[in-house]
Design a protein around this ligand. Structure first.
Ligand code: GLC
Ligand code: CA
Length: 565
């Protein structure tokens, strides 16, 4: 394995829309990110992944791109983008953009051309099929495939009287990667930004570029929308690796860039290696979602509150599966959440009763696992899920598209409970900079409603508290990047301790010089755990002095170092 700069990096994901609003119009922007670069640097981060800021009608907050070569005016201008890249570089921070290859907006000029007639030269930039007649003679989509965001994977186009494929929203027609001309167009987009100086890409929805081109019906049972949620028809299919290899050969291999593909759910090691083995000629890393939903919901008999119980054993099994499977063969990214997931402190911690303890415990795991860690903005202060009481406060296209249908099957209360646990909006609320109105994100009403705990949970307050989640992330990020433990934390091997323990996630990181032992309690109560060896304490979120571990306090986290004579 050849060592590369991105292996020892710590990444930070910025959701531009709600990160910081520099001109007080309620929407975060590129100048806002520039103003916070010193904050990011102080965190110990040297790589930022910025969500899409291309021109977009914002049906899916910028993942629906209408022009890849321009910046959407709500975020700023191309000059702001250039300034952001150069200001980040001045601070030794690399910049990674979100590259959306699977689809465009329906307001992209290509789509306007493509739908204009059956023989338009750009017709084959997208995926068109004729509809079918059902038994009553009604025109229906070409097959029963479902989409991720709403109903069918197809939408009827009045203009050209055929259906286009769209596995996300109706306003996000899928690109046809089977067409070499289209592929060249997308390579051109990638080169444009790399030539401008960006250091790589998080490649959006990469698992879906190839489809089952027979377009035959799925055999899976239909869901409440009357479609088959059969992702195998357009996920991780083998043809897609030829596209990625070509992208690598024609574009990526010519730059010293870093790429991390978003692979999502359902991928196995074999696919992981196809995406990100050292010799795969594909990407440098691949994000999967396997560890993001390891909770069971239980109802507290007295308060009737729904609680998440973390499936710690599964969580460990999943991390171990990927770490073992990729060992010596490829590099992993590590993360707790991104803009599509609930807040991790709400998912696996306890923001109400053990905010600091659980936030620092989760940070300890993230920053000591093998692979490149990515912190999601707000995670470093323990931002939690939304406390909305009105369903209209949710903005996500998925909620908007599905709420009517859901109400036919469920009460509003139960829908709200679910959304507050699972909605993508949970991670998209304004960054909590201070206890000022609107969390110090803007001086006007933000585009997305803030979480009301910003009064207590904010950057300003945590900066002055040495033991805060923020200062712990800083400390651990520095521990990982600089000094005596940097090598073992970055390149050391990984071994689970007590994989069958139901409460504690514990592991070793070791190389020929050093051994660190990381012990973390995922429960909001004291649990027994025995670890009594010759060690020194490197970090403890409870200021522990007793090196003989027999039990762990709620969400206790420890980093120990083995003492060799
Ligand atoms: C990815 C993005 C998500 C987006 C989808 C479609 O999953 O992370 O936010 O909605 O792709 O582009
Ligand atoms: Ca703004």
């Amino acid at each position: 394995m050849q060592r590369k700069w991105w292996m020892s990096a710590i990444g930070y994901q910025i959701y531009p829309r709600t990160f910081y609003d520099s001109n007080n119009d309620g929407i975060g922007d590129l100048q806002g990110i520039i103003q916070k670069l010193d904050y990011i640097r102080a965190l110990g981060v040297n790589l930022i992944w910025i969500g899409p800021f291309y021109k977009s009608p914002m049906d899916d907050n910028g993942y629906d791109v209408s022009n890849y070569f321009d910046v959407d005016p709500v975020f700023g201008t191309l000059d702001d983008a250039r300034e952001l890249i150069s200001e980040a570089h001045k601070r030794d921070i690399k910049v990674v953009l979100d590259l959306v290859l699977n689809h465009t907006s329906d307001e992209h000029a290509w789509f306007a051309e493509s739908r204009s007639s059956l023989d338009n030269p750009k017709r084959d930039y997208y995926i068109w099929q004729k509809g079918k007649l059902d038994k009553d003679g009604k025109l229906v989509p070409p097959n029963n495939w479902g989409s991720f965001f709403e109903g069918s994977a197809w939408n009827y186009d009045e203009q050209s009287k055929e259906f286009y494929m769209k596995i996300f929203s109706n306003k996000m027609p899928d690109l046809n990667w089977d067409n070499p001309k289209l592929r060249e167009e997308m390579y051109h987009v990638a080169r444009y930004w790399l030539d401008m100086g960006v250091d790589g890409f998080r490649v959006d929805a990469i698992a879906h570029l190839a489809r089952d081109l027979s377009f035959e019906d799925s055999e899976l049972p239909l869901n409440i929308h009357g479609v088959a949620p059969d992702w195998s028809k357009f996920s991780n299919r083998k043809e897609l690796f030829t596209y990625i290899n070509e992208f690598h050969e024609k574009v990526l291999s010519h730059y010293d860039c870093m790429t991390v593909g978003e692979v999502g759910g359902g991928a196995k090691i074999e696919a992981g290696l196809g995406y990100a083995a050292y010799d795969a000629k594909a990407f440098n890393m691949a994000f999967n979602f396997d560890h993001c939903w390891e909770t069971s919901q239980v109802v507290d008999p007295t308060t009737k509150e729904i609680k998440n119980i973390t499936n710690v054993k599964n969580l460990k099994r999943i991390f171990n599966y990927w770490i073992e499977g990729m060992e010596d063969k490829g590099w992993l990214p590590q993360y707790w959440l991104n803009h599509d997931h609930p807040r991790v402190i709400s998912q696996y911690g306890d923001p109400k009763n053990y905010h600091r303890e659980s936030g620092t415990m989760l940070g300890t795991v993230l920053l000591t696992l093998p692979g490149t860690p990515f912190i999601y903005n707000g995670e470093e202060i323990g931002m939690s899920n939304v406390d909305y009481t009105d369903v209209n406060d949710f903005n996500d296209v998925w909620v908007k598209n599905n709420i009517k249908k859901l109400l036919e099957h469920e009460t509003m209360d139960s829908i709200m409970d679910k959304l507050k646990r699972t909605s993508r909006d949970n991670a998209r609320t304004p960054m909590q900079w201070s206890d000022k109105k609107y969390a110090g994100f803007s001086t006007v009403l933000p585009i997305q409603k803030e979480v009301s705990n910003y009064i207590d949970v904010n950057v300003k307050k945590q900066e002055s508290d040495d033991k805060s989640i923020l200062n712990t992330y800083r400390k651990l990020a520095h521990l990982r990047r600089f000094g005596d433990y940097s090598d073992v934390l970055t390149y050391g091997k990984f071994k689970l301790i007590n994989p069958d323990d139901e409460n504690v996630f514990a592991y070793e990181r070791y190389d020929s010089n050093k051994k660190l032992i990381i012990i973390t309690n995922f429960r909001s109560f004291t649990v027994p755990f025995d670890y009594q060896k010759d060690v020194r304490i490197v970090y403890s979120n409870y200021d522990r002095t007793d090196k003989n571990v027999t039990q762990l306090k709620p969400f206790e986290a420890l980093i120990l170092e083995k003492i060799y004579d």
